[in-house]
Ligand binder design. Structure first.
Ligand SMILES: Cc1ncc(COP(=O)(O)O)c(C=O)c1O
Length: 446
């Protein structure tokens, strides 16, 4: 076997990837000794930083105690504690939780719970799920069908069922040519229009990310958007599902991002930070109304996966919640997030920095050719790919993405360091980023 050649399939198939042999805090080290500052916690995932010994202990303890239990036969104290605590974190808005192995499974289970609710409330014709363009809900066929992220959907459209998308809530490039200061939330009204066009008797649910993930890098709607969405959903008996896979567990400076909008949903999809980045875990949580309707109706929820409700995942989630509480990490996301935002403002001097957005430790930047007209960079340049490569070369790990200009152009990046990040580390990230941007600007002739 060749020592150098990688045998794993990754994203870019014609390049070799550095091999990470050590990780600590917000740093990764490869087998040549090169250090990388991880400004994005992997894909906005490793919220507790790398190398947490307390989590390592929990992994070992729970593995020895009960490594696997099949949900058809048993439950465990760890699973029950985990589900109860997630409900507590919503102040009782949610009542029951189904644990899965990641975000894509979580959004699919959320849909299946919504569909079961509609059937058991005597509305079996309600099956359609409306979502938004420029959204991301996962890569499995069902969650990809909901996603309105052209770059990730394109090759698989023939396999995914017909879906129903409305305009995104994307103030920087509003699809209705409005500004948040004086719009009528046309992007929310679009939901009512779509429900009417589909036939309200066919629509089961609407799903959206409170703050967009990689498809719009931390874009958020005006704070009253979800109130209007909630009213429309209630008017037509449509469940509101919020995809908090990226935002949940403190990332935006609230335990759940829906708190920013003071609008509790009927179903929440969770993932990523739920287990601090130490176990492949996700969850779908539902209100008592949704659960009780299914329980008193068919009394069965047969959807699930072999690994659903895994006790090791539950134990890691419990420890993650302990650590978030003990170290006041949600408040830390507010404080470090404000500091990061302040520092990012300094990058506006770059000719290509068009928009800076987000909250807490979830901050997006959109790059443009012309700040005044918001003309995007030529997509042929593949700026977001160049930026990612240049950053990694200089030891900075960033998540970058493209397609925000109606799927055809547009370049973005997301910063989302671990909640334990320190001010000095944020300073270093910004200095490195400044240098990386100068390098890429030079390369593309700015
Ligand atoms: C908002 C959102 N939903 C769902 C997913 C899918 O999660 P996973 O990659 O764990 O399947 C992601 C992943 O990035 C996400 O950001």
């Amino acid at each position: 076997m060749s020592a150098k050649k990688n045998h794993s399939i990754s994203v870019y198939l014609n390049q070799e990837y550095p091999s990470i042999v050590k990780s600590e805090g917000i740093y990764l080290y490869d087998d040549t000794g090169k250090r990388y500052v991880d400004a994005s916690s992997g894909p906005i995932l490793c919220s507790l930083g790398y190398g947490n010994e307390e989590i390592a202990d929990v992994l070992k303890e729970q593995t020895l105690k009960a490594s696997y239990v099949f949900r058809m036969d048993f439950t465990t104290p760890e699973l029950e504690e985990c589900c109860a605590r997630i409900c507590e974190k919503t102040n009782g808005v949610m009542d029951r939780v189904f644990l899965v192995s990641g975000g894509s499974e979580a959004t699919e289970i959320a849909i299946k719970l919504a569909r079961s609710y509609q059937i058991d409330s005597g509305n079996p014709s309600k099956f359609k799920v409306i979502s938004r363009w420029l959204s991301y809900h996962g890569i499995t066929m069902g969650s990809l069908a909901l996603s309105g992220f052209p770059y990730r959907r394109a090759n698989y459209v023939p396999y995914i069922p017909s879906t129903y998308h409305i305009a995104p809530a994307y103030c920087y490039r509003c699809w209705f040519n409005q500004t948040p200061a004086d719009c009528d939330l046309e992007c929310a009204q679009a939901l009512e229009n779509e429900i009417m066009m589909q036939g309200p008797e066919t629509v089961a649910a609407f799903i959206a990310e409170p703050f967009s993930g990689m498809s719009l890098c931390a874009a958020a709607p005006r704070r009253d958007y979800f109130k209007k969405i909630r009213k429309i959903c209630d008017k037509f008996g449509v469940l509101l599902i919020l995809d908090e896979v990226m935002t949940g567990f403190g990332r935006t400076g609230k335990y759940f991002a829906y708190e920013h909008f003071e609008t509790p949903p009927d179903v929440i999809a969770l993932g990523k930070g739920i287990a601090g980045g130490y176990f492949p875990l996700g969850a779908a949580a539902v209100t008592a109304k949704v659960f009780d309707t299914i329980a008193k109706g068919s009394g069965v929820f047969a959807a699930g996966h072999t690994w659903s409700g895994n006790p090791v995942g539950a134990a890691v989630a419990n420890k993650t919640m302990d650590l978030i509480e003990e170290s006041n990490l949600v408040q830390r996301c507010v404080e470090m997030g404000d500091y990061l935002a302040e520092k990012l403002e300094g990058l506006r001097s770059h000719p290509i920095v068009g928009d800076i957005r987000g909250d807490g430790l979830m901050r997006g930047v959109e790059f443009v050719k012309n700040k005044k007209t918001k003309e995007p960079l030529d997509p042929a340049i593949k700026f977001w790919v160049l930026l990612h490569q240049e950053a990694q070369k200089k030891g900075l790990v960033l998540e970058t993405s493209g397609g925000c200009e109606r799927g055809q152009a547009g370049d973005m990046m997301m910063l989302g360091p671990a909640f334990i990040v320190r001010k000095k580390e944020i300073d270093d990230i910004i200095d490195l980023l400044d240098d990386v941007l100068l390098g890429v600007e030079k390369k593309i002739g700015f």
